[in-house]
Design a protein. Structure first.
Length: 367
């Protein structure tokens, strides 16, 4: 009986997503090995987080998404806990002028905004799916209050990249809820105005100076240099790349943030345009599978979760690609499974684990 249950769970697992995640993560590890070597702390940490993440993903049957679907308390507790972590983070020591990490012993840091994104998706999925019969105005106002609270805290760090993602998650939920484009636009403008007004009168002077310097960097400052070096690294890679560990821009520190913000550029420098084709193909597999799973599910919570999680995931992809190519301002958003960062990787693995659980339940309901 136990073997039969294990086999049943095995065939319900979405292996295309798993293979795509595995492929992207291996490319990320290879990229990191080429930049800093396999003996580096960065590589060792990322490898450890990757192993933990794979265990989380394969343990998807332990996370029953129906706990969040049928009861509001779990997602509410998760949401409140994430907000409290954000408040604690504002008191932590800043890193490069941003108070986005909680620091623990043994050199371990945790970026609270990453877990907040996942908490927000679960919370809004439950909120929207349980209020399909309410009028649109109340849904906009109440959900907007929740989102504003988190946005303001993230904005105060300041972490504009994460604030943008949270904003997109909320808008995608409103869109799926069935609001008109005009209603969504009005809601978005109203929330932006409130954030700016509160930011003007509540933020401390040093927090305002961080935001001002961040906005000024969109011009001819440090970020323009980063983008220039990113384009040089991408161009020098050619079709097959310069080889593992042979990318001079990334390895010798000419390309700033080569293992995080500009991991894509350093990957292309080492492995060429061929690596870009592989990365895009793997992301396309994930996107197609998300659409496929969304088409199978029957309950509103699952649809909201998958849609908002997809927006969350691919907003990171699109914005990071744009950053590396100089098409959008540098916002510090990592590239999923490629960029270095344990907090983001674990949050993604938890999200995909919930997604796999949704898929397995949908599979069982169909047979």
């Amino acid at each position: 009986m136990e073997f039969r249950r294990i086999f049943r769970d095995f065939i319900k697992f979405d292996f295309p997503i798993f293979i795509a995640i595995l492929g992207l993560s291996i490319l990320g590890l290879l990229n990191l090995a080429g930049i800093s070597g396999i003996e580096s702390v960065f590589f060792q940490k990322q490898l450890t987080f990757f192993i933990i993440g794979i265990v989380i993903l394969l343990s998807n049957h332990l996370i029953d998404y129906r706990i969040f679907k049928n009861h509001s308390l779990p997602s509410t507790i998760f949401f409140i806990a994430s907000v409290l972590l954000l408040i604690m983070t504002l008191q932590a020591a800043p890193v490069r002028g941003v108070t986005a990490w909680l620091h623990f012993p043994f050199g371990i840091s945790f970026e609270t905004a990453e877990i907040v994104k996942l908490a927000m998706i679960l919370f809004l999925a439950r909120y929207f799916s349980s209020r399909v019969y309410l009028n649109n105005v109340s849904v906009i106002l109440i959900s907007g209050i929740y989102v504003f609270l988190v946005l303001f805290l993230v904005f105060s760090q300041p972490d504009f990249g994460s604030a943008i993602i949270l904003f997109f998650i909320w808008l995608s939920g409103l869109f799926l809820f069935g609001l008109t484009k005009r209603q969504i636009l009005i809601a978005a403008i109203f929330l932006i105005i409130i954030v700016l007004v509160f930011g003007t009168f509540i933020l401390e002077p040093y927090q305002k100076s961080r935001i001002t310097s961040f906005l000024e960097s969109f011009g001819q400052g440090r970020e323009s240099y980063n983008v220039l070096q990113s384009k040089i690294a991408i161009g020098s890679g050619g079709f097959w790349g310069l080889g593992l560990g042979s990318g001079s821009q990334a390895k010798f520190g000419i390309l700033p943030e080569a293992n995080t913000d500009f991991a894509l550029a350093s990957l292309i420098e080492q492995f060429g345009f061929a690596a870009l084709v592989v990365v895009l193909s793997l992301y396309f597999i994930i996107l197609s599978r998300l659409f496929s799973i969304a088409a199978k599910v029957r309950d509103g919570f699952s649809k909201f979760f998958i849609f908002m999680f997809s927006v969350y995931f691919f907003s990171h992809v699109v914005i990071n690609f744009g950053m590396n190519l100089g098409l959008v301002p540098v916002t510090g958003l990592p590239l999923p499974f490629i960029s270095y960062g344990g907090s983001f990787l674990i949050s993604l693995m938890i999200g995909f684990s919930i997604l796999e659980n949704i898929n397995s339940v949908a599979f069982r309901d169909r047979v």
